[in-house]
Design a protein. Structure first.
Length: 95
């Protein structure tokens, strides 16, 4: 299970570039710095395009109860790789 939070904004389009925020081991999308970064990135981008922003919350963190026997640790990249793989496949099928 992956806990993802997306920024929803009417000016963000399907062709907007994607930015992934990783808030750290004890962090989440509810933290001030993650919210600030997500808001700022969703409002500006290259060529006047806003970024599509997703925050990957850590398993067992503040906002993501641990529902599997797998916890996130400093060297864990499985959740991020899973999200990027799914996003890449979806983007490729849209072409």
């Amino acid at each position: 299970m992956i806990a993802l939070d997306f920024v929803s904004a009417p000016w963000v389009t399907d062709d907007s570039p994607i930015v992934v925020i990783l808030p750290g081991l004890a962090g989440s999308s509810k933290d001030t710095y993650a919210k600030s970064a997500a808001l700022g990135l969703s409002m500006q981008g290259g060529d006047n395009k806003a970024y599509r922003v997703v925050v990957v919350n850590t398993r067992g963190g503040k906002t993501c109860p641990l529902t599997t026997p797998y916890m996130t640790h400093a060297g864990s990249t499985d959740d991020v790789r899973t999200y990027v793989s799914i996003t890449y496949v979806c983007a490729r099928t849209d072409d």
